[in-house]
Design a protein around this ligand. Structure first.
Ligand SMILES: [Zn+2]
Length: 140
């Protein structure tokens, strides 16, 4: 019988979700006070969302001399740039650009696949022998 009604014992105060805004991309997120404290401690007192924490962590791994503060600052600059250029829903456009990247790599793969099949079809329709000769090269 674990009810989420406040006023019980007050022992669950750290479990109450608070809305915090990311210091980098200013995306709001609901987190418990304990989690907020932990994230703040890890990022020089700034609260960053999961995505930005990932990006900052990645930057730190690449530039180990930079330090958390510098990594945070440069990532904040990237976020501001991004927000300034895409004023619409940043989450939507971020998802859109990711979809673009995925589509581009997919198209590249798809176009090379179609050229291959086209050639194969041409070869098959003209001479069966050539296809047989060419095939080992594709598998090599
Ligand atoms: Zn963020």
């Amino acid at each position: 019988m674990n009810q989420l009604i406040p006023g019980g014992g007050g022992s669950g105060s750290s479990e109450v979700a608070e809305t915090v805004r990311c210091a980098c991309c200013s995306a709001p997120e609901e987190c418990t006070a304990a989690y907020i404290r932990r994230v703040r401690a890890a990022h020089c007192g700034s609260w960053v969302c999961g995505l930005c924490a990932e990006a900052v962590g990645e930057r730190l791994r690449r530039e180990q001399d930079a330090g958390v503060e510098a990594a945070l600052r440069s990532h904040t600059a990237v976020c501001r740039d991004f927000n300034a250029t895409t004023r619409l829903n940043p989450k939507l456009s971020l998802a859109g650009s990711m979809r673009d990247i995925a589509r581009r790599s997919f198209n590249r793969r798809a176009s090379s696949a179609t050229t291959m099949t086209c050639h194969d079809e041409l070869r098959t329709s003209k001479t069966m022998e050539r296809t047989v000769i060419c095939q080992p090269r594709f598998f090599a």
